[in-house]
Design a protein around this ligand. Structure first.
Ligand SMILES: *[C@@H]1O[C@H](CO)[C@@H](O)[C@H](O)[C@H]1NC(C)=O
Ligand SMILES: *[C@@H]1O[C@H](CO)[C@@H](O)[C@H](O)[C@H]1NC(C)=O
Ligand SMILES: *[C@@H]1O[C@H](CO)[C@@H](O)[C@H](O)[C@H]1NC(C)=O
Ligand SMILES: *[C@@H]1O[C@H](CO)[C@@H](O)[C@H](O)[C@H]1NC(C)=O
Ligand SMILES: *[C@@H]1O[C@H](CO)[C@@H](O)[C@H](O)[C@H]1NC(C)=O
Ligand SMILES: *[C@@H]1O[C@H](CO)[C@@H](O)[C@H](O)[C@H]1NC(C)=O
Ligand SMILES: *[C@@H]1O[C@H](CO)[C@@H](O)[C@H](O)[C@H]1NC(C)=O
Ligand SMILES: *[C@@H]1O[C@H](CO)[C@@H](O)[C@H](O)[C@H]1NC(C)=O
Ligand SMILES: *[C@@H]1O[C@H](CO)[C@@H](O)[C@H](O)[C@H]1NC(C)=O
Ligand SMILES: *[C@@H]1O[C@H](CO)[C@@H](O)[C@H](O)[C@H]1NC(C)=O
Ligand SMILES: *[C@@H]1O[C@H](CO)[C@@H](O)[C@H](O)[C@H]1NC(C)=O
Ligand SMILES: *[C@@H]1O[C@H](CO)[C@@H](O)[C@H](O)[C@H]1NC(C)=O
Length: 667
C-alpha cells in the first residue's frame, strides 16, 4: 500500500518542534492578478488552475486552488489551502442547480494534508511509485464537485503565523466555518447546494496519546467532521447547507474502544496473525475478557457499555514506564515507518523453540491472570506475537493499516515531489513561505504549553448522541465506513461506538449489519446497514485508506450510499424487514479476511510473493473457531430465528476460497 502516505497519518507532535524554535510563521503568496477586493466571484479567475502541472498529461477537470483566510482577528495569515475540482466544466462557477451536491474531503492528523487523499486515494491525479502522475477513473469529482482542504491552519499548504495554530478542536471548527463563509462568496452556488463533508482517520489522536499518557477517554478521537458539524450547528446562519457527514475508519471512541476492543475480532478476521493456533486464540480471548474488552453486541443493544479500563490496567509496576515507552515506541515507530510495526527482532532462528517457550510460559501461569508485561495492551501484544513468531511478519514488519500487506520494504506513493515543484506551486497559487509536507506534528496552542502539544478537546463519542439528535433535527445524515483489513482503527471499534450511541431516540442498531452490497461488476464489496439516518458500510479487502485499496467500490459507495439514496441495507423499523435481505454468515461479528498474505519488497498491487496456509490448517481452524465463537455469540433478540448467528465452519472456508471470485453465490 502507501508507505509514505501512511506515515503521514500517524503524527507525533512531541518531538516535532522544540519549544525554543516553535512552529514556523507562514503566509499566503500574492500571485500576479490577485484581486484587491474582498472575496467574491471575481476571485474565481484568480484561483483557476491554468498553469501546466508537471507530469500531468491529458486533460483533467477544471480546477481552482489557493489560500483562503479564516477571518481570525490578529491572525491575517491564518488561511486554509483548497484544491477544488469540478464535476463538469462550469459546475462550480455558477451553472449548478441548488440541488446539485458538492463534497469536501479532509484527511486526518491533525496536521495531515488532504492532498494525500487527493493524490493517493480519491482525487483525479494519483502519484505512482515512480513519481509519475496517472489519472483516476474513480475520482470522486466525477460524482460531484469536490474540494480537498488542508486544515487546520498550518497543515500542508495552509498557513499560520507562529501564534495562530489552533489551541483545540473548537477553534478548528470555528476556522473551518469561517473558511466556508469565504468560500461561498467566491463560489456562490455552494451556499445552497447540499454539502457532503467526508474524511478519514484522524490518527492525530496519537499526537496526544503519545505525549503524556494514553488517555482512556479524553483524547484519541476522530474530531474533524464531528467538531465542524458541531460548529455549523451552533452557528446562527451557517454559510453552507450541510446534508451528510461521512467518517471513514474514524477514531471516534477512546483508545480502549478503537484500539484494544477490536483485538480479538482482528485475530478472527486474520487468524494468520497467530498462525491459526487455537491455544494462542484462547489466550488472547482470556486476556480480552480480563480487561473487559469483550463487549457483547446485542440487537437492539441492551443497555450502555461500561466505561472501559485504561489499557495500562494490569501491567506490572515495571511495565509502568515500559508501558508508556512501549506505546510511544511502537507508535513512533509506526509513524516513522508508514504504519509498519517492526518486529523487535526480525530473526527467524530458533523461532519455533521460542514460540513453544512462550506458550509454556502461558500454561504455567495461573489461569485468569493478565500478562504482567502487557497488561491490557493486548493489541500491542498481538502485534508483538505476530512479528515474533508468525511468518511472513517475522521478516520485519506488519502494516497495521492493512493486515494482508506484509511487504517490506514497500514502494512508496509520495506526492512531495509533485507538490513542491515550482510549476505545481505556481499553478496552485500555493505559498512560497513554506514547503508542502504530508504531515507535521500539529502544535496545538503554539508554544503556550511548552512541550505539551496535545489536543485538549474531548472525545466525539461524548457528544455523538447529542450531535446525532441535532443532525436528525436538521436533516443531516451520518455515514460511518470501515475497511475490513484495517487493524488499527478496526471496524469493531466503530460498531462499538454506534451500539453505545443514541440516534433518533434509540440506542444502537436494532439489527446486526448483514446486508451484502456489490460494485458495478457485481463483485461482493462488503456490508451495508442503514437505520434511522445512520449508515454503516464495511468494505471487504480494504485497508485504512479505503479509496486507495478499493477505488471502484469506494466510488460506487459514494454514488449509491453517500450522494444517492440507495436503500440497500435499510431497516424498516416498523416491520423489521431489511432492503436487500440479510445474510446469516454476515451477521457474525467478523467478516473473514483474505487468505493470502503478501510479502517481499515492492508494490502491493503487483507483488507475486504471497503465502496461504495449507488447506488442512484452514479446515482445522474453521472447525475450531466455529465452536469457539458459538458460545459468546451475538444474542440477536430482534430476529425471528433469534440466535442463528453462528459462523459456520463452511463460511470460513468458503469465504476464503471465494475471495476475488465474488461471494454473491453464497449469500
Ligand atoms: C470550460 O468552458 C469554457 C467556456 O465556458 C472554455 O473556455 C474552457 O476551455 C473549458 N474548460 C475545460 C477544461 O473544458
Ligand atoms: C503576515 O504575512 C506577511 C507577509 O505576507 C507579513 O509581512 C506579516 O508580518 C504577517 N503577519 C503576521 C501577523 O504574522
Ligand atoms: C460478554 O459476555 C460474556 C459471556 O456472557 C461475559 O463473560 C462477558 O463478561 C461479557 N462482557 C462484558 C464486557 O460484559
Ligand atoms: C457507553 O456509554 C456510556 C453512557 O454514555 C458511557 O458511560 C460509557 O463510557 C460508554 N462506553 C463505551 C465503551 O463507549
Ligand atoms: C490453564 O488452562 C489451560 C487450558 O485452558 C491449561 O492447558 C493449563 O494447564 C492451565 N494452567 C494452569 C496453571 O492451570
Ligand atoms: C516478543 O519477543 C520479545 C523479545 O524476545 C519478548 O520480550 C516478548 O515477550 C515477545 N512477545 C510476544 C507477545 O511474543
Ligand atoms: C515526474 O515523473 C518522473 C518519473 O516519470 C519523476 O522522476 C519526477 O520526479 C516527476 N516530477 C514531478 C515534478 O513530479
Ligand atoms: C522556486 O520558487 C521560489 C520562489 O519563487 C524560488 O526561490 C526557488 O529558487 C524556485 N526553485 C526552483 C527549483 O526553481
Ligand atoms: C523548501 O525546500 C527547499 C529545498 O529543500 C529549500 O531550499 C527551501 O529553503 C525550503 N523553503 C522553505 C520556505 O522552507
Ligand atoms: C495548556 O494546557 C492546559 C492543560 O492541558 C490547558 O488547560 C490550557 O488551556 C492549555 N493552554 C493553551 C494556551 O493551550
Ligand atoms: C431521516 O431523515 C429524513 C430526511 O431528513 C427524515 O424525514 C426522517 O424523519 C429521518 N428518519 C429518522 C428515523 O430520523
Ligand atoms: C443499490 O446499490 C447496489 C450496490 O450494491 C446495487 O446493486 C443496486 O442496483 C442499487 N439499487 C438501485 C435501486 O440503484
Amino acid at each position: 500500500m502507501l508507505q509514505i502516505a501512511l506515515a503521514s497519518i500517524l503524527v507525533l507532535s512531541c518531538a516535532a518542534q522544540s519549544p525554543s524554535t516553535g512552529p514556523p510563521s507562514t503566509f499566503p503568496h500574492a500571485y500576479p492578478g490577485m484581486p484587491t477586493t474582498s472575496f467574491g466571484p471575481d476571485w474565481q479567475k484568480y484561483f483557476e488552475v491554468t498553469g501546466q502541472l508537471p507530469n500531468v498529461t491529458g486533460p483533467i477537470a477544471r480546477s481552482f486552488a489557493g489560500n483562503v483566510g479564516v477571518n481570525r482577528a490578529d491572525h491575517p495569515n491564518a488561511t486554509l489551502f483548497f484544491w477544488a475540482f469540478e464535476k463538469a466544466n462550469g459546475t462550480l462557477t455558477g451553472s449548478a442547480a441548488d440541488t446539485d451536491p458538492w463534497m469536501i474531503w479532509l484527511n486526518g492528523g491533525p496536521g495531515s494534508s488532504s492532498m494525500i487523499g487527493l493524490m493517493t486515494e480519491n482525487g483525479p491525479l494519483q502519484v505512482t511509485g515512480t513519481y509519475s502522475i496517472v489519472q483516476n477513473n474513480f475520482s470522486w469529482n466525477h460524482l460531484a464537485d469536490t474540494i480537498w482542504v488542508d486544515q487546520p491552519v498550518g497543515t500542508g499548504y495552509s498557513t499560520s503565523d507562529a501564534t495562530g495554530y489552533v489551541p483545540d478542536e473548537d477553534q478548528m471548527g470555528e476556522d473551518f466555518v469561517q473558511f466556508l463563509s469565504n468560500l461561498v462568496k467566491i463560489f456562490p452556488s455552494l451556499a445552497k447546494r447540499p454539502l457532503y463533508l467526508a474524511g478519514e482517520s484522524y490518527a492525530g489522536t496519537y499526537a496526544h496519546c503519545t505525549c503524556d499518557h494514553l488517555p482512556p477517554a479524553d483524547g484519541c478521537l476522530t474530531r474533524l467532521q464531528p467538531y465542524i458539524t458541531k460548529t455549523i450547528f451552533s452557528t446562527p446562519n451557517p454559510p453552507v447547507s450541510l446534508r451528510k457527514i461521512i467518517v471513514g475508519d474514524g477514531t471516534l471512541g477512546d483508545a480502549a474502544t478503537f484500539l484494544y476492543v477490536p483485538t480479538l475480532t482482528t485475530i478472527e478476521t486474520y487468524p494468520q496473525l497467530i498462525g491459526y493456533d487455537p491455544d494462542v486464540y484462547n489466550y488472547f480471548k482470556t486476556q480480552e475478557h480480563l480487561c473487559g474488552y469483550d463487549l457483547n453486541f446485542t440487537y437492539p443493544q441492551n443497555g450502555h457499555f461500561p466505561t472501559l479500563k485504561d489499557p495500562s490496567f494490569g501491567s506490572s509496576p515495571s511495565f509502568g514506564g515500559a508501558t508508556k515507552a512501549r506505546s510511544k515506541l511502537s507508535l513512533k515507530t509506526l509513524a516513522e515507518q508508514g504504519g509498519r510495526y517492526q518486529a523487535s527482532s526480525g530473526i527467524t532462528k530458533g523461532l519455533l523453540a521460542r514460540r513453544e517457550e512462550w506458550k509454556r510460559d502461558l500454561s504455567n501461569r495461573p489461569n485468569g491472570t493478565l500478562d504482567p508485561y502487557y497488561g491490557c495492551f493486548i493489541y500491542d501484544e498481538l502485534l508483538d506475537y505476530a512479528t515474533n513468531f508468525t511468518f511472513p511478519w517475522t521478516l520485519g514488519g506488519i502494516d497495521v493499516y492493512d493486515i494482508p500487506d506484509a511487504l517490506n520494504p514497500e514502494v512508496p506513493s509520495d506526492p512531495t515531489v509533485f507538490m513542491n515543484d515550482n510549476r505545481t506551486r505556481t499553478a496552485l497559487h500555493a505559498p512560497t513561505s513554506k514547503n508542502w509536507t504530508e504531515s507535521f506534528g500539529f502544535p496545538f496552542g503554539g508554544l503556550a504549553n511548552g512541550t505539551s502539544f496535545g489536543d485538549p478537546s474531548p472525545a466525539p463519542m461524548v457528544f455523538l448522541s447529542e450531535l446525532a439528535s441535532n443532525a436528525s433535527a436538521r436533516g443531516v445524515a451520518i455515514v460511518f465506513y470501515s475497511g475490513n483489513d484495517d487493524s488499527l482503527v478496526a471496524h469493531r471499534g466503530t460498531e462499538a461506538v454506534i451500539q453505545n450511541m443514541t440516534f433518533s431516540g434509540v440506542q444502537g442498531f436494532t439489527r446486526p449489519p448483514a446486508t451484502p452490497w456489490s460494485d458495478d461488476k457485481g463483485n461482493f464489496a462488503g456490508i451495508v446497514h442503514q437505520e434511522r439516518n445512520l449508515t454503516f458500510v464495511l468494505f471487504k479487502g480494504a485497508g485504512h485508506l479505503v479509496p486507495n485499496s478499493v477505488p471502484e467500490a469506494a466510488f460506487v459507495f459514494v454514488r449509491e450510499f453517500v450522494l444517492g439514496s440507495n436503500q440497500t441495507g435499510l431497516v424498516n423499523n416498523g416491520t423489521g424487514s431489511v432492503v436487500g435481505g440479510e445474510s446469516a454468515p454476515l451477521e457474525a461479528d467478523v467478516m473473514p479476511g483474505g487468505l493470502a498474505i503478501f510479502y517481499g519488497d515492492g508494490d502491493f498491487a503487483t507483488t507475486t510473493a504471497s503465502t496461504i496456509a495449507p488447506s488442512a490448517t484452514l479446515a482445522a481452524w474453521s472447525e475450531f473457531i466455529a465452536s469457539a465463537t458459538a458460545a459468546g455469540n451475538v444474542s440477536d433478540v430482534g430476529k425471528s430465528n433469534g440466535g442463528a448467528t453462528l459462523m459456520s465452519p463452511l463460511w470460513h472456508v468458503c469465504a476464503a476460497l471465494c475471495v476475488g471470485a465474488g461471494m454473491m453465490s453464497i449469500v
